[in-house]
Design a binder for this molecule. Sequence first.
Ligand code: BDP
Length: 328
Amino acid sequence: MKFMRSFAQGAAVAACAALTAAPAAAESWRGWNIHPEGYPNTVAMDLFAKEVADKTGGRIKLTMYHSGVLGSQPDAIEQVRSGALAIGNFNLGPMGPIVPMANVVSLPFVFNDVPHMHRVMDGAVGDFFSAEMAKKGLVALAWYDSGARSLYNSKRPIKTPKDVVGMKIRVMNNDIFVKMIAALGGNATPMAFSEVYQSLSTGVIDGAENNYPSYESTGHFEVAGFYSITEHLIIPECVCIAKSVWDKLSDADKKIVREAARNSAKKQRELWAERSKKSFDLVVSKGAKVNTVTDKKPFQDAMKVVYDDFFKTMPEAKAVVEKIRAVK
Ligand code: BDP
């Protein structure tokens, strides 16, 4: 009897030990990305998923859904905030309505150039934006490149703000972009990315604005052949994880996930540089007319009202803009 009891006890202890030693139940995450196969962000997000799976021995399985099949960007941001989706690669433009401080990076001409944007986002100011986003349920794991956005349209080359007067321009979902176009004399329509091609081809809008890779991958160059290098917006993108998902991870898993995101960002930035050149060559070879805006000053001057307006609603953002400008 004694033997039986101690045997049974021993077996129970062994069973418990086996339970604790067994790998934790697999986590299944769904990830959102708006871009198609082959796009730098798509390749990088797949690498991210692979590294997380490899380094957790398959305990965390991230399935990436590309090409925006899980919905529009504003919807996907909400879904990651609520934890319905675990991960998203988001542009900080449509983040502004949810994270007001994120509007700082959507201010036209706030960064000098793309390398400046990276220096800012990879430093203390980037950490500050992460903290603001975390308050709204999103943890930024790493920052991706999105180049500089310029105006394009089906009517004429844009050389001065006067050329924008009366034009119907699609913008991402954020009031700040509506004001930006209004300040140039155009009419802006916030619209989902997936609807832009059709709206350009039917004349519902005259133009839009984006970087070379998106202008090319969407085929917008086929229906809006004048691309004018205004480079008015340089907006970073994040690999963002739902805070509710993040908070449940062990410290060791947090480290793996963050490192994998950072590694993917490194790759994304390399791929981005290559793709930008390729996209530029491709659209030009297919007949797009690209013009350099030699004098950006009138465009920059026109943006004063956008800044004034923004600072009226968020005076505390002024110091953040100053911090950005102080990063050399
Ligand atoms: C692309 C961004 C993507 C945006 C899109 C847009 O990478 O996140 O959704 O622009 O204009 O450059 O909506």
